[in-house]
Design a protein around this ligand. Structure first.
Ligand code: SAH
Length: 346
């Protein structure tokens, strides 16, 4: 088994090269090649042939294959379905915002969390991704699309905090000045609410934006749509959010998928205001994306607007997220899901 070299930090690669009798400088060259998307050591023409050969014998370089690529005719959103070395697939979405190109990346193949409205979790967790496989989604989306990427959201398939160490390493790689050099302030990490991991993340004091998928203001409702609520209920979660803010000084962003007749009533909006009191927060209202396998439906426009108004009047900023790529299966996990379905039929 060869070692996955792209999951290594610059210092680790320098250490490996030193152990092979090379200088740290050579390690830096290898690192730069990898983070520019080199897919073989033979491309690394500023290294000697012997060194390239020696590296090839020891290490592998991951490179996903494009299995499906869908481009929205409406807004330029591009969705990729990548096949990984072991045949598993994950999705990445490239979105064009006025502030820069943003990629939404996956952290796991499938997801163990079981949220009732989400397509990613239908087949459960297959496996967690490696740091290189997370980095590759950013790198190869940029290379394939020709669009420079400035922002990342960890909101694709999987629960990032369920793959904590890998995600921390990915952040170090993608943030490194010798690599893609993407600023932590341009990165958002979304979680369904794994409280102990939120505490671990707070300890790291990163400048990224934490997004919490709240989706309901009461245990009564949240228990019915998010199984994680039975382990860490709304109060426990919001307590961890308060601690997170106290430790990092970073305002938390809450995601709230608007589900018709489930969590979109006026009393839900008022209870939400009450529960968020004193916590600097921003709420993203997301009209639910319809998932074929689920009986849940999006709220009406009027219900969303009313909900937003109540929050704003209560002093909490709430934005309604624009739906991008609605013509191309662009919501969580749907492209992989549809691909797996057709693959089974073939
Ligand atoms: N596991 C993480 C990140 C992945 S999902 C989390 O739970 O936060 C990114 C966001 O999309 C989450 O807020 C998730 O709840 C939401 N989401 C999933 N399915 C959705 C759907 N069908 N419609 C709208 N939002 C959805």
């Amino acid at each position: 088994m060869k070692t996955d070299i792209k999951s290594m930090t610059l210092e680790e690669i320098q250490g490996e090269l030193k152990a092979m009798g090379q200088s740290a400088f050579r390690g830096g060259q290898v690192y730069t090649w990898l983070h520019r998307g080199a897919t073989s050591f033979q491309e690394m023409t500023n290294l000697s042939k012997d060194l390239r050969q020696a590296l090839e014998e020891r290490y592998e370089i991951t490179a996903p294959k494009v299995m499906r690529k869908q481009e929205s005719q409406k807004d330029g959103t591009i969705k990729y379905l990548w096949q990984l070395a072991d045949g598993n697939c994950v999705e990445t979405v490239l979105m064009r915002y006025h502030y820069g190109n943003t990629v939404c990346i996956s952290s796991e193949v499938g997801c163990p969390m079981g949220c009732a409205f989400c397509a990613s979790t239908i087949g459960g967790l297959v496996r967690r991704l490696k740091p290189s496989e997370m980095l590759d989604q950013v790198l190869f989306t940029q290379l394939d699309s020709g669009q420079p990427i400035s922002h990342i959201v960890l909101m694709g398939i999987g629960e990032p905090l369920d793959n904590f160490d890998t995600v921390m390493r990915f952040l170090e790689l993608v943030n490194s000045p010798q690599g893609m050099n993407i600023s932590m302030r341009h990165i958002s990490l979304s979680t369904c609410g794994l409280v102990p991991k939120i505490r671990m993340l707070a300890e790291k004091k990163l400048q990224l934006t934490l997004s919490v998928s709240l989706h309901a203001p009461s245990d009564e409702i949240r228990n019915t749509i998010m199984p994680i609520n039975k382990a860490y209920n709304v109060e426990t979660l919001l307590e961890a959010c308060r601690e997170y803010y106290a430790m990092t000084g970073r305002r938390i962003s809450f995601e709230y998928a608007m589900i018709r007749d489930v969590n979109d009533t006026e009393s839900c909006a008022r209870l939400l205001l009450k529960r968020l009191k004193g916590l600097p927060a921003h709420i993203n209202l997301i009209p639910l994306n319809e998932v074929a396998e689920s009986p849940l439906h999006p709220s009406t426009r009027q219900a969303v607007q009313k909900f937003q108004k109540i929050l704003e009047e209560g002093g909490v900023t709430a934005t309604v997220r624009r739906t991008l790529g609605s013509d191309i299966d662009a919501s969580c996990g749907q492209l992989r899901r549809n691909y797996e379905k057709t693959r089974k039929q073939e």
